[in-house]
Design a protein around this ligand. Structure first.
Ligand code: SAM
Length: 292
C-alpha cells in the first residue's frame, strides 16, 4: 500500500470503530456540538428548493437541518464513510418525514460521481481535516457542485484552541488499552488544518476559487454532569473504541481521569463551557468549470 492507501485504510478502520460511540451520543452531538457548525450553517443559508451535499454527515443532524431549510422542493444528500452512522442517520431522519433527504455510505475521496449531483452547495462540519487525501476529497466535492456553486465548511484550528479534546483523551488513555496511531504532520486528524495556508492550498489544488478562511471562537455548553460529559468526549474521540472494550472498572477510571482534566471548564451547578476554535471556510466553483 502507498502512503495514501495506508491512511485511507486506517481512516476506514478508525471510523468503523468510532461509529458506536457517535451513534450512542448522536442526540448529544447534535445538541451540544451545534456551535461547531452554526456559523457555517448561517453562512450557507440554504434556500428553499436548493440541492445541497453534506460531507461527513455522521448520524445526520446537520443533513436534517439542511433538509428543513431546502424544503420538499429541494434535496440534500448526506455522505459518510461509516456504514453504521449512515444506517443510524436513515433511522433518525427518514425520508417520509424529511422529503428530499438521502444518506449514502461512501468515501468522498474515491467517489467518482456523487449521487444526486449536481448540487448548488456543499456543507461539511468537522470532516475535511480528517481526509487521508484532502485534495482528492475536495476535488470530488468540487466536481459534484454546479458551476458557481458554493462550499461552506468548519474545521478545528489547533489543539490549544480546543483544549477539551486532548483533555478527554489524556485523562482516559492511562486506563484503557491501545489507542489507534496518533497523526503525525499532515496526516488526517483533528488539527491537520491548524495552518490555514494548508487549507487554502488544498482547496485551490482541488479547483476551488474565492477561498476565504476566518477564525471563530465558539463555546459548547454541556450540562453539569461530569460522568456523562466525560463519557461523551471519550467516546467520540480516539480513545472511544479502547474505552468500550475496557472492563467497567477501567471505564469508570477513564471517565474520572477525563473529568479531572475537564474540571477547569466546569462551573459547578451551571455546567461545562467548552471552548472551541474553528476555521469557517468558504469557497466556490468557477462559474465555467472546465476542470476534470
Ligand atoms: C468528526 S466527525 C463529524 C460528523 C458530523 N459532521 C458532526 O459534525 O457531527 C467526522 C465524520 O466524517 C466521516 N468521514 C471521515 N472520512 C471520510 C471520508 N473520506 N468520506 C466520507 N466521510 C468521512 C466520519 O465517518 C465521521 O462521521
Amino acid at each position: 500500500m502507498d502512503g495514501t492507501a495506508t491512511l485511507r485504510h486506517r481512516n476506514a478502520t478508525f471510523w468503523a470503530n468510532a461509529a458506536p460511540g457517535w451513534i450512542r451520543h448522536a442526540d448529544r452531538q447534535d445538541d451540544i456540538g451545534r456551535p461547531l457548525g452554526a456559523v457555517g450553517m448561517h453562512r450557507l443559508a440554504p434556500q428553499p428548493a436548493e440541492r445541497v451535499l453534506d460531507v461527513g454527515c455522521g448520524c445526520g443532524g446537520t443533513t436534517a437541518d439542511i433538509a428543513a431549510a431546502v424544503g420538499a422542493d429541494g434535496a440534500v444528500v448526506g455522505i459518510d464513510l461509516a456504514d453504521g452512522m449512515v444506517v443510524t442517520a436513515r433511522e433518525r431522519f427518514p425520508a417520509d418525514r424529511y422529503p428530499g433527504i438521502r444518506f449514502q455510505a461512501a468515501d468522498i475521496e474515491t467517489l467518482d460521481v456523487v449521487p444526486g449531483a449536481p448540487f448548488d452547495a456543499a456543507f461539511s462540519r468537522m470532516t475535511l481535516m480528517l481526509l487521508a487525501d484532502p485534495v482528492a476529497g475536495c476535488a470530488t466535492i468540487r466536481r459534484a457542485l454546479r458551476p458557481g456553486g458554493r462550499l461552506v465548511a468548519t474545521v478545528f484550528r489547533d489543539g490549544g484552541a480546543n483544549p477539551w479534546l486532548p483533555a478527554a483523551l489524556l485523562g482516559a488513555a492511562p486506563h484503557v488499552g491501545a489507542l489507534p496511531p496518533l497523526p503525525v504532520g499532515d496526516e488526517p486528524g483533528p488539527f491537520s488544518f491548524a495552518d490555514p495556508t494548508r487549507l487554502d492550498r488544498v482547496l485551490t489544488a482541488a479547483g476551488f476559487v474565492n477561498v476565504t478562511i476566518e477564525p471563530h471562537d465558539v463555546t459548547m455548553n454541556a450540562p453539569d454532569e461530569a460522568d456523562v460529559v466525560a463519557e461523551w468526549l471519550i467516546e467520540i474521540g480516539p480513545a472511544g473504541a479502547a474505552y468500550r472494550a475496557a472492563p467497567p472498572a477501567n471505564q469508570a477510571n477513564a471517565r474520572a481521569g477525563a473529568a479531572r482534566l475537564l474540571e477547569r471548564f466546569r462551573a459547578p451547578g451551571t455546567g461545562y463551557r467548552l471552548p472551541a476554535g474553528i476555521w469557517l471556510v468558504t469557497a466556490a466553483t468557477p462559474a465555467q468549470d472546465v476542470r476534470a
